[in-house]
Design a binder for this molecule. Structure first.
Ligand code: HEC
Length: 238
């Protein structure tokens, strides 16, 4: 579980937090900026006109109070581990190709996964992934299915792996194509990390590409309703 649950996130999944340099800023430097504003427009060339809005104590107090509330909220969300803006406070995020490779070969090894339900163990792949494919998924991904399908309107949970081996016609595995669900990961594309490796771990397609070159085609067909997983289209009809 992520400790930041409920805190605001930016589009790259990081928690907003206040940089250390600004956290220690003394409150007396808070500027309210109400009086002395200039009016732009037709008077600009003739005279500098200033309006003096009275800054009442009530207004001052209101502004200060809301500033303190926001500061407190930001610190409650961002201050727990004292990490400031970088790197990602999501410490569970996979950051490197080698971390993903060890995940799918050691920590949660693909040869323990289940074959994609209702699909031939080995099938003729598309031109991109051919000639032969074998697709499996880890326990987490499998648990998201009902009767072998992804229930409408749902997505695979974080930690799901859909793993495809590309084989030669002779049955030798030449490539691992991996989709790893990690929605908050800054390197995710469509919620997944996308990568390709040789069986010895040489990176063919790095996660840093964020699925560029993969997500377009995975958004075709029934990809959009199947959380971009296209092997569902290979399932035998009931
Ligand atoms: C031209 C279309 C196309 C491109 C490009 C493509 N894929 Fe696929 N991919 C498919 C299709 C279609 C399937 C379903 C199996 C099949 O029919 O071959 C699939 C299946 C997969 C699977 C098994 C899970 C699933 O979605 O069914 C993985 C993993 C995968 N692709 C990874 C990738 C990665 C990584 C890239 C980019 C490097 C990529 N794909 C690019 C079409 C594509």
């Amino acid at each position: 579980m992520n400790a930041a649950h409920g805190c605001p996130r930016d589009t790259r999944g990081r928690r907003f937090s206040i940089p250390e340099s600004r956290r220690s800023e003394p409150r007396s430097r808070t500027r309210i900026g109400v009086s002395g504003e200039r009016i732009p427009g037709i008077f600009q060339n003739t005279a500098v006109i200033q309006i003096q809005l009275p800054v009442t104590n009530t207004l001052r107090a209101a502004v200060l109070t809301s500033a303190l509330v926001m500061l407190g909220y930001a610190m409650a969300c961002g201050g727990r581990n004292q990490s400031v803006v970088a790197p990602s406070p999501n410490t569970s995020a996979l950051a490197t190709d080698s971390a993903l490779f060890s995940l799918v070969t050691q920590t949660d090894p693909f040869n323990s996964y289940s074959l994609f339900p209702s699909v031939d163990a080995v099938f003729n792949g598309t031109a991109f992934h051919g000639p032969l494919d074998r697709v499996r998924m880890n326990a987490k991904a499998l648990a998201a299915l009902q009767s072998g399908k992804l229930p409408p309107g749902t997505k695979f949970p974080d930690g799901s792996v859909v793993f495809k081996e590309i084989l030669t016609n002779g049955g030798t595995t030449t490539t691992y194509s991996v989709m790893y669900k990690d929605t908050g990961n800054p390197q995710a594309g469509g919620g997944w990390l996308w990568s390709e490796f040789s069986p010895s771990g040489v990176v063919g397609f790095p996660i840093g590409n964020r699925g560029a070159g993969c997500t377009g085609c995975h958004s075709l067909g029934r990809g959009p309703t199947n959380d971009l997983v296209r092997t569902f289209e290979r399932q035998h009809s009931p």
